[in-house]
Design a protein around this ligand. Structure first.
Ligand code: CAO
Length: 529
């Protein structure tokens, strides 16, 4: 049977009137015990008023901006005489305070309360990963005391009452179980009944859960943002006020979308990362941090620091990969005749002390193609609005060294013979592997070639070497049946992978580029035309 009950403002620790800054319910809402009804704010603190009973809201007697005091009517509630509350997902999400042991209760003066770890849903000890309070802190109801982390989830333990922290009984790194003491609180009054449930549950927040990507919104004006109408508890509002966070910009992942302390912390962290670089390198991206994993849990490990080259080239590769919209065009070039020519002249090169590999022919064919497609031999200027076309043909060649990838530059490739190039390529590769390259040796390329042809593979997606706008990847050639003049003939085919900056080069242009390059490679005499 339904009965109508009035819910009044409880003892709020002052006889003064306080402001109603948030009303979370509407007539017709079905609420459960401890659902926040309104938020009150005095000069010193703000606090949520939770519902002591469950039922359906018949009428709401207050609105934002009203002033109320202890005993003021908040709502009329149609309550069910018989409780039929079922265990549901909402129960798991319910934000409940920690358990309390009253040490020296007095009627209305001061008392010391021991706050215990609530029922954390496991008998195992879990880690204390954060202690949010220190001795002397004045805390209000729902302020986070500590954060616990198990294998599956992390959870804040909120304060069940207001008071001053007399002693903190746990440290970061401790392991605690349900009912372990957390803090001793000096309180001015005994805890109110509605804030000391018999078997409290903790709110679980999945470890992987992140707020949705926020826009930068840390308020820089002197005035605090008006957070009155958002769904957040007093501790969260206080933190937001301190940090100047506009809570309208923060996504809440608490019960009914309520904003939690963690949501505010994550939001501020994301904004700071955007402003200061962080993992996204100042690119305005809110990328999640890579997980920190102790691999020793799974087996024996050895730590090997990355080489200096890997660290430097890694940062550049990451920037280029993220900032350049890449597309890779794959194609094949028939190099049967080229290979015959190369083999015929290989011994000549060897006599002079160097190797004549397909790469030098590819370099020459690339330069002839760049001349036909000048926008590929180019860079975007700093504004990103102009293309700088280069009238020189300096080709960067990716060289694999024991310490990592380096890209020495062979200058004026258009003005050098195949033999000159073969000799120079041999020399710079050696210099690169002996760590003998200077900074100048690696500057000024207008286009880069990365050849894995000496190793293996049928294609890959090379990363454009900024400020260039394209790069050619070359894989290992192989004999393939090619349909020519009504029959299949064996031809030596060279796989080409042409990655380009789509802001500068479009797909059709890329396809024409690789087609033209294929023509050059299939008959080197075309280079001279
Ligand atoms: N198809 C078939 N065979 C090829 C080939 C290809 N595309 N390219 C080279 N070869 C052959 C060569 O002819 C040579 O064989 P022979 O000795 O019988 O003539 C053999 O493979 C080894 O060549 P090489 O690799 O020593 O010489 P190269 O001129 O082709 O390359 C260099 C020089 C410095 C580019 C290369 O040694 C190198 O470091 N490549 C790796 C570049 C790299 O790591 N790129 C990845 C960047 S993205 O991470």
């Amino acid at each position: 049977m339904a009965t109508t009950q009035e819910v009044l403002v409880p003892d709020i620790g002052t006889t003064d009137e306080v402001d109603v800054i948030d009303v979370m319910i509407n007539p017709g809402d079905t609420i459960t015990i401890d659902d926040s009804l309104i938020t009150l704010e005095s000069d010193k603190a703000s606090m949520d008023v939770p519902s002591p009973i469950e039922g359906t809201v018949k009428s709401v007697a207050v609105k934002v901006g009203d002033k109320v005091k202890e005993g003021s009517l908040i709502i009329e509630l149609e309550a069910q005489a018989e409780e039929t509350k079922e265990d549901s997902v909402a129960d798991v999400e319910k934000e409940e305070p920690a358990a309390v042991v009253e040490e020296q209760p007095t009627a209305s003066t001061s008392a010391t309360q021991e706050v215990l770890v609530p029922d954390i849903g496991t008998e195992e000890a879990v880690d204390v990963i954060e202690v949010s309070v220190k001795v002397g802190d004045d805390i209000v109801v729902d302020d986070a005391l500590i954060t616990l982390e198990s294998d599956k989830a992390s959870m804040d333990v909120p304060a069940p009452m207001a008071g001053t922290v007399k002693e903190v009984l746990v440290n970061v790194g401790d392991k605690v179980k349900t009912n372990a003491p957390i803090v001793l609180l000096a309180t001015s009054a005994a805890p109110s009944a509605e804030k000391a449930p018999e078997k409290p549950a903790s709110k679980e927040v999945p470890v992987t859960e992140k707020p949705t990507q926020p826009e930068p919104a840390v308020t820089t004006s002197a005035a605090a943002p008006d957070n009155g109408d958002v769904h957040a508890g007093p501790a969260v509002r206080r933190l937001a006020r301190e940090l100047g966070v506009d809570l309208h910009r923060v996504s809440g992942n608490g019960r009914k979308g309520r904003i939690t302390l963690e949501n505010v912390h994550q939001f501020v962290k994301a904004v700071m990362q955007q402003a200061g670089g962080g993992i996204s390198g100042g690119l305005g991206l809110n990328l999640p941090k890579p997980p920190v994993i102790d691999f020793n849990k799974f087996g024996e490990t050895t730590v090997e620091p990355l080489s200096k080259i890997k660290k430097i080239s890694g940062a550049n590769l990451q920037r280029n990969w993220i900032t350049i919209p890449h597309v890779t065009q794959f194609d094949e070039a028939d190099i049967t005749d080229l290979e015959e020519f190369r083999k015929n002249n290989k011994a000549l090169a060897e006599k002079q002390g160097f190797k004549l590999t397909p790469l030098v022919f590819i370099m020459k064919a690339v330069v002839a193609t760049l001349k036909a497609f000048p926008t590929v031999n180019a860079s975007l200027d700093a504004s990103g609005e102009n293309l700088i076309l280069k009238n020189y043909y300096h080709i960067g060649v990716a060289v694999d060294t024991p310490n990592g990838l380096v890209v020495p530059v062979i200058r004026d490739v258009d003005q050098k013979s195949f033999m000159d190039l073969a000799k120079e390529l041999g020399e710079v590769s050696l210099k690169a592997r002996d760590k003998g390259l200077s900074l100048t040796d690696m500057q000024g390329a207008s286009f880069t070639i990365s050849s894995l042809g000496g190793i293996s593979g049928i294609g890959f997606t090379p990363i454009v070497n900024m400020p260039e706008v394209a790069i050619l990847g070359v894989s290992r050639s192989s004999m393939k049946p090619v349909y020519q003049n009504n029959e299949f003939v064996p031809r030596l085919m060279l796989p080409l992978s042409f990655s380009y900056d789509h802001r500068v080069i479009d797909g059709a242009q890329a396809a024409r580029f690789t087609k033209h390059l294929g023509l050059m490679l299939s008959d080197l005499r075309r280079i001279l035309l």
